[in-house]
Structures are given as structure tokens and as C-alpha cells.
Design a protein around this ligand. Structure first.
Ligand code: ZN
Length: 333
């Protein structure tokens, strides 16, 4: 059953929203014009790049083979070639990307019963709880991650984005008792953060996609780049201030993280480094939300490090739970 979002606060916010939407519209137009200059086939290969953790320059498409991800900006007239650039404006590799195909509808499935979570008040007790979270999936790694979680009897949370032809992986996450939560449909900062309307259009799209594919009506959200990201200012100044309030007013709950594995700081960061980062940050928090990524070949070391990360967390007396509506909400403030 689909929830109706609480829209009671919307009227109160209309004036502020109008100012922001129009302000952002102007910024978006400027951006679009400069991008359109390279509209047709502008290219230049990019093999690796450095990611800024806070800005989380994750990209939108994968080719499924090489794990290369693209920040898609424009498509040409035939819709077969895509011009792309990294968020800093440097050109990225351009490869044929098939036009989005219509998703075959699947029968909805219901998540199996899982361990009942304690009520929210108990989440503020002294129990040590760790929430393993995987962003940007599903990917070729999803099955491996699920197998490891099963092996250790651990439930986790997957903040997913849209990937074509991966319907079975979305359903598998749910079927194996994990939380499927909403990250973004496109994960394209330039689009998502161009205006408040654009953000919610994208969020509703991934909500509806997850609902259609898995039957799960999720209201658990993680903003692309986190709620404290600064890259969004490039597309619409101060939009996060408004989005943080309005996403809650619309009935969603957003979660950031307080333990960064740093697996998005580059490609295939050594597993020992990922483990060390978890070790360094975990014990500062009785409730820990651990950021990792489920993004194919570039994050294979996340899979390699996962058993040792789980073992370490367990050795420190933490229970690992999936995020539910009753879970402790960890945000960047
Ligand atoms: Zn992401």
C-alpha cells in the first residue's frame, strides 16, 4: 500500500520555494547553455579520477563491463551517443549508451519478515548499533555483498539509484531481508540539484521505480553527496537548506553517515585502508552509520574488505542492523 506523504507544510513553504525555484532556474539555464556548446560529440578519455568524499562525485551510467561510469550531460539527435563530463567540467569518455528501454513490469513481491526492530526510543539507549550502508547500487557486486552479509547473518541497507536491466538485483536485496532505500534516480548532480522541483521529481522517480520493481514503498532517503554536500551550491545556491526541511515535510527521513569507509575517495582503495578508516571512526559513536558503495569493478575492494569490517565491528560489541523507520537517524546536522 502506497503511503500518502504529509504535504501539510507545503503551503507554508510556498513563498520560499518560489524564490528558490526561480533563482535556480536561472542558474540551470546558464549551465545548460554552456553544456550545449559540447552537445554533439565532445570527448576525451578519462580513466581514473579522484573523488571528493563530501561531494561524492558518483556518476550515473555504467557500461556493465568495465565498470566505467559516466556523468551524462547531453544526448545527440540519434540518442545513441552521449556527451559527458565530470562535475568539475573536464570532459569524460563518450561511449554509445542505449536509449532507456521500457522496463518490463514485474509482479510485486513482499519483503519477508525480518527481525523486529526496537522502537525508536530504544535506539537512543546505550546499545552499540552499526548500520552498514551501500550506496549507488545495484551493481555486479551486489550478489557478492549479499552472500557475505548472509554468511555473517547481518542485515544492511542499500541506497539505490536507477540502473537498467538490474531488476533482479533490486528484488534480491529485498528478498534477502535487507532494507532498500532511496538515493537518486539519475544521481546527476547537475539535474538533481538544479531546483527543488527537479530534486523531488528525481526522488519520486526512484521511489516509484523501487516500488514498481520490488513492492517496497520506501521513505528512507540519502541525498546524493549527503545532506552536507557543497557541490549542489554550484547548481542552486543553498538548496540543501530547503531540501533538508522539505524532504521531511513530505514524509521522508534522510540519513547521512558518521563512519566513512572512504571507498569513494578513489577506485579500489586497498581493503586494509578501508578497514583502518572504519576502525578509526567506529568507536567514536555508539550508533554508527557506515558509508560504503556497491558500484561494480571500481569498488571490488569494498567487497574484499567487508568480512574484516564486519568482524571488527562485531568484535567491538556492535549489533549490525538494517535501517528502518525506527532506526536512529544520523545526519550531518
Ligand atoms: Zn551516491
Amino acid at each position: 500500500m502506497r503511503k500518502s506523504k504529509n504535504r501539510g507544510h507545503e503551503y507554508v513553504l510556498i513563498a520560499a520555494m518560489l524564490v528558490i525555484i526561480f533563482g535556480c532556474f536561472a542558474a540551470a539555464m546558464t549551465t545548460a547553455i554552456s553544456n550545449d556548446a559540447g552537445n554533439k560529440t565532445s570527448v576525451g578519455a578519462v580513466s581514473t579520477f579522484d573523488l571528493d568524499i563530501t561531494n561524492e562525485y558518483s556518476l550515473v551510467e555504467t557500461d556493465g563491463k568495465n565498470g566505467i561510469r559516466y556523468y551524462v550531460i547531453t544526448k545527440n539527435e540519434t540518442n545513441s551517443t552521449t556527451a559527458a563530463a565530470w562535475p568539475d567540467g573536464s570532459e569524460a569518455e563518450v561511449t554509445a549508451v542505449a536509449a532507456t528501454t521500457q522496463t518490463t513490469p514485474f509482479p510485486s513481491i513482499t519483503a519477508p519478515p525480518t527481525t523486529t526492530q526496537p522502537p525508536r526510543t530504544e535506539q537512543n539507549d546505550n546499545r552499540r548499533v552499526a548500520y552498514l550502508t551501500f550506496d549507488d547500487g545495484p551493481s555486479e557486486n551486489t550478489e557478492k555483498i549479499l552472500d557475505i552479509l548472509d554468511e555473517y547473518g547481518v542485515k544492511a541497507t542499500f541506497f539505490v539509484i536507477y540502473h537498467k536491466n538490474m531488476e533482479s538485483r533490486y528484488r534480491e536485496i529485498v528478498a534477502r531481508g535487507h532494507t532498500i532505500a532511496l538515493h537518486s534516480y539519475t544521481h546527476n548532480y547537475r539535474k538533481v540539484y538544479s531546483s527543488e522541483a527537479a530534486y523531488f521529481d528525481d526522488l519520486e522517480k526512484i521511489h516509484d521505480y523501487v516500488y514498481d520493481v520490488t513492492g517496497v514503498d520506501s521513505n528512507i532517503v540519502r541525498f546524493p553527496g549527503g545532506s552536507s554536500n557543497t557541490v549542489s551550491n554550484k547548481y542552486c545556491k543553498d538548496i540543501m537548506k530547503t531540501l533538508k526541511k522539505d524532504v521531511v515535510a513530505r514524509g521522508y527521513v534522510y540519513h547521512d553517515w558518521n563512519v566513512d569507509s572512504t571507498d569513494a575517495s578513489g577506485n579500489n582503495i586497498a581493503p586494509e585502508i578501508l578497514l583502518d578508516n572504519v576502525k578509526a571512526r567506529l568507536t567514536k559513536n555508539r550508533k554508527s552509520n557506515i558509508l560504503m558503495h556497491d558500484t561494480g569493478e571500481m569498488k571490488q575492494t569494498t567487497v574484499q574488505a567487508l568480512p574484516s569490517i564486519i568482524e571488527y565491528i562485531r568484535s567491538q560489541g556492535y549489533e549490525m542492523e538494517r535501517i528502518t523507520e525506527d532506526s536512529k537517524v544520523i545526519t550531518h546536522g
